[in-house]
Design a protein around this ligand. Structure first.
Ligand code: SF4
Length: 378
């Protein structure tokens, strides 16, 4: 395969320029474009609705001033030192780079790539490590960005090595889109599997949180990259938002889950799209998204049925667990206050609502309480 090139100008996308450009450059002055020749080659250019095209090629729909926030989950509120967030008791998140293999148009961290960027990328690894050392409750660290595999393996090694020197850190997670957007980052780097094997031990594993959104991304090269990660000793999971025009079809989502399970990647989280400036056209109402997710679960066996449908809200990670004609049932899967984990929220059903604020909460309490006369619905 030809050497993979990175493109940051739409005019360099030969299949787009000049006929399909419209006014898209105006979009990219606001939300930058970035893709590479591998992921662009996944696009069926004869199909204007192609799902991979929707993932990486800008659209005029992004110019929408009445929607979303640049930091929809208030991540900056949980930043404890530059580049390190501590929201959940036992979990820390490091943002080690603001580079990606391609900019997903719906990205909830697009603030890192734009002029709105704040001081949120790790500059000084020692202050982050000192914080983690001082917080013995942190037993797992998510290395994120941007995409950590945009770093050279020598730089990634420094991060893993430093984390492995902290006794109370058991699990290192790496959030990466590499297997989907540029599997050759994994295939061509002979140092990477050895480095993963060194730090992913039988007692303390490294998890890779992969990011396949559509089955068209699961190419033979992607499968090869997945296999390299598995053979190096990593555990693999997948997370994706439920995206309008990309994977908002239960059968298609089921096919993705089945394929992932088959190649050794456990479906993990399916996210409600976070209302981020410019991504309205990718977002489904919460009820519709949950129904699609639930429907998809009918078509898969247990190995592919391990995902949870969640909303990464500023107040915690909220799982959608049920729906009836009048109400939607939610549960704090993760809360900044560990005592609140598992708290049930019953809210009035709103088929147009996207985010927690769009729902009228009727009651909150523990699941155990619901077996009695707890639910004062109205
Ligand atoms: S890979 Fe992740 S961080 Fe990078 S653009 Fe896509 S969603 Fe955003």
């Amino acid at each position: 395969m030809d050497k993979i090139r990175y493109l940051s100008e739409l005019t360099d996308v030969a299949r787009l320029y000049p006929f399909d450009m419209g006014n898209l450059e105006a979009v990219t002055t606001r939300f930058p474009f970035m893709a590479n020749t591998y992921c662009l080659d996944l696009i069926d250019w004869s199909d204007p609705e192609d799902p991979i095209r929707r993932l990486v090629i800008p659209s005029m729909e992004e110019i929408d001033n009445g929607w979303g926030d640049m930091d929809a989950s208030c991540e900056s509120h949980y930043q404890v030192v530059p580049g390190l967030q501590h929201k959940y008791h036992d979990t820390a998140v490091m943002l080690v780079t603001d580079s990606c293999f391609g900019y997903c148009r719906y990205c909830f961290r697009k603030r890192l790539f734009t002029k709105y960027r704040e001081n949120e990328i790790l500059k000084d690894i020692s202050s982050a490590m000192n914080y983690i050392k001082d917080h013995s409750e942190i037993n797992n660290v998510l290395v994120s960005g941007g995409d950590p595999l945009m770093l050279r393996t020598t730089s990634l090694r420094k991060v893993f090595s430093a984390l492995r020197q902290i006794e109370h850190v058991d699990i290192i997670r790496v959030g990466t889109n590499a297997a989907a957007f540029n599997p050759f980052r994994i295939i061509d780097d002979l140092e990477l599997p050895a480095m993963i094997g060194e730090f992913s031990t039988s007692e303390k594993r490294i998890y890779f949180m992969l990011h396949f959104s559509h089955i068209n991304e699961v190419t033979p090269a992607a499968v090869k990259a997945v296999n390299i990660l598995l053979e190096s000793g990593a555990i693999l999971c997948n997370q994706t938002p439920l995206l309008r025009g990309v994977n908002d079809d239960p059968r298609l989502l089921a096919e993705l889950f089945k394929k992932l399970a088959s190649i050794g990647v456990a479906p993990y989280y399916v996210f409600q799209v976070r209302p981020t400036v410019g991504n309205r056209s990718y977002a489904l109402p919460l009820v519709e998204a949950y129904q699609i997710f639930e429907e998809s679960q009918k078509y898969v066996a247990g190995t592919a049925k391990r995902a949870r449908f969640v909303m990464s809200h500023s107040s915690g990670k909220i799982e959608v667990i049920g729906l009836d004609d009048s109400h939607i049932y939610l549960r704090y899967h993760r809360s900044p206050d560990p005592e609140e984990n598992g708290t049930l929220i019953v809210a009035r059903r709103n088929d147009d609502g996207h985010w927690l604020e769009d729902f009228q909460i009727v009651s909150t309490g523990s699941l155990a309480q619901t077996s009695g006369s707890y639910l004062p619905y109205d």
